[in-house]
Design a protein around this ligand. Structure first.
Ligand SMILES: Cc1cc2nc3c(=O)[nH]c(=O)nc-3n(C[C@H](O)[C@H](O)[C@H](O)COP(=O)(O)OP(=O)(O)OC[C@H]3O[C@@H](n4cnc5c(N)ncnc54)[C@H](O)[C@@H]3O)c2cc1C
Length: 503
């Protein structure tokens, strides 16, 4: 009997050939589905579905559901494959290539509360371009826009606008979801609310998002983009925290840790203008640990003067090193799509497709001083392999009914270590070195009991996941048994294993 079930499991993928779908399955040359941005885990699926309709996705999942627990088959939605540790992969399972799901065209709805209705496989950059035709734009972003709606909503979607608008998951009106039983469900705050909240930040565990309604606001045309430097972390953090509360504040607030950079100011000068060129040219960054506050103020040309005044007032309240005020003026699209320009430069130097041992942490405000002292003062030695971002957010902008896990305090910081690993490493830039650095940071957080939570979390045992979710674990597990009882979905997150029946 066991042998029969094993056979059933290994032959199951061929049964997909008989399924009636509008798109198609590919059984060969699926290597792309075993790759992601992290470039550390590579698991080939048995087949890839290139869906043309939501019903293709429902039919496929329903088929796996009907095969039942006798098969090891699992299903992973793959957005743009920008996960870090195989989260969008399905070893020997079915990967659904969400970008091929075109469905209904994007629809922008005007009115008092404008929104756009999009397929979940759409990239945020395409959504931005479409919404701008109507003078509108989503409110909350990620730093990089070549990610899919389904991919970021499965995590949270955070950038420098989150202090005001919350993450992207706080700006969704309605979702269409295919559950782990193959049912197509519309959900929102009012309708199937448990599934709606579960799926937002739900790491793909409860259903595949096929459509989303995203809240919009009038889009500005221009952005005043500002950078200033600090040599002291506490002063930098005090100013960041001041800015997330003050009236008429900036529209975007982030920050960077800079270590061991030579010619920093010189590099900035290609795209930013120093307010005082003479003093700026005397500023020497070499060897120092610096903290860069990055700010943006949106505006339309007709309001340029008022924006200048507001910006000046805000800057006058800050304690940055005076000679380091740099300003640039760019279009709204140029600003939002800024990481894509960096991508093109890195690609041209062969530095984009390298392993990315990234670590993203949410650190409670009261522990930030200790964290910075030890991590920026002792553990981290260099930031030349990739940026280290630091910026505060407030919990009041997050909905505590979603699946996302946050630190316990009202204010917490995003700290993102975003290096790439060099193939022929020197002492400090190889994959093993960078992974060991991440472990040292995580060990310190645990030992010092900082109450830090991982964003884009990565764990390999259920015990670690239970600790990550803490008091939210029971709800998370309950939703799993309600919406994906066989644990078919998103196996690459390694939270639940599909239970295989041996009867
Ligand atoms: C260069 C770069 C910059 C980034 N910047 C930011 C940032 O500023 N802020 C931020 O918050 N994040 C950022 N991220 C992280 C990014 O938001 C996540 O990795 C996101 O999941 C990637 O989207 P994707 O479309 O590539 O998803 P994938 O990697 O394809 O999928 C991610 C997970 O979501 C699941 N999934 C995908 N689509 C769906 C769907 N439709 N329904 C249900 N589950 C689905 C997958 O199965 C997988 O588990 C960045 C990543 C990169 C590589």
């Amino acid at each position: 009997m066991v042998l029969k079930l094993r056979l059933c499991s290994s032959t199951a993928p061929s049964s997909f050939k008989a399924l009636q779908v509008d798109g198609h399955f590919s059984f060969f040359q699926n290597e792309f589905a075993a790759r992601d941005f992290g470039n550390q885990f590579h698991f080939l699926p048995s087949a890839v579905l290139h869906p043309k309709s939501v019903s293709d996705i429902a039919t496929t999942i329903r088929h796996v559901w009907q095969i039942g627990p006798g098969s090891e088959l699992t299903v992973a939605a793959r957005g743009h494959g920008h996960s870090l540790q195989g989260q969008a992969q399905a070893p020997q399972g079915i990967v659904i290539n969400m970008e091929s799901l075109k469905g209904q065209e994007m629809q922008v709805h005007m009115g008092l509360y404008p929104y756009v209705d999009v397929s979940a496989g759409k990239l945020w950059i395409d959504i931005l371009q479409e919404c701008l035709k109507f003078g509108l734009a989503p409110k909350s972003w990620t730093d990089y826009l070549h990610l899919t709606v389904g991919g970021t909503l499965s995590n949270a979607g955070i950038s420098g606008q989150a202090f005001r608008h919350g993450p992207q998951i706080s700006n969704v009106n309605q979702l269409e979801v295919v559950t782990g039983k193959g049912e197509v469900v519309i959900c929102s705050e009012e309708q199937n609310a448990d599934l709606f909240h579960g799926v937002l930040g739900g790491l793909g565990q409860f259903g595949i998002i096929t459509r989303a309604q995203i809240s919009l606001e009038p889009a500005p045309k221009m952005v005043k983009w500002i950078r200033v430097l600090y040599s002291d972390f506490d002063t930098f953090a005090k100013d960041q925290e001041h800015l997330i509360y003050v009236e008429n504040t900036f529209d975007y607030i982030e920050g960077l840790v800079i270590m061991n950079k030579t010619g920093l100011i010189h590099n900035w000068r290609s795209s930013f203008n120093p307010q005082d060129p003479v003093k700026a040219s005397r500023f020497v960054s070499d060897g120092r640990t610096l903290f860069c506050l990055e700010l943006a103020k949106n505006f339309n040309p007709e309001n340029a003067e008022k924006t200048d005044q507001e910006t000046e007032t805000l800057l006058s309240q800050l304690d940055y090193i005076p000679s380091t005020l740099f300003v640039s003026q760019v279009s709204y699209v140029e600003f939002l799509d800024r990481v894509h320009s960096a991508e093109q430069k890195l690609r041209s130097r062969g530095l984009w497709d390298l392993p990315h041992p990234w670590l993203n942490l949410l650190v409670p405000k009261s522990k930030m001083h200790n964290f910075a002292q030890v991590v920026f003062g002792n553990i981290l030695r260099d930031t030349s392999n990739g940026p280290v971002l630091v910026y505060p957010m407030n919990k009041s902008r997050w909905d505590n009914r979603t699946s996302v896990v946050l630190p316990e305090e009202d204010i917490f910081y995003m700290v993102a270590f975003l290096p790439h690993a060099i193939p022929s490493p020197t002492e400090n830039d190889g994959l093993q070195y960078l992974l060991s650095l991440n472990n040292r940071i995580l060990d310190f957080c645990k030992m010092a009991n900082l109450g830090v939570k991982q964003y884009l979390p990565f764990y390999t045992t259920q015990q670690e996941w239970r600790e990550h979710f803490g008091s939210q674990w029971e709800d998370f597990a309950r939703r799993k048994s309600a919406y994906d009882p066989l644990a078919i979905l998103a196996p690459g997150q390694r939270i639940f294993r599909k239970a295989i029946s041996t009867l």
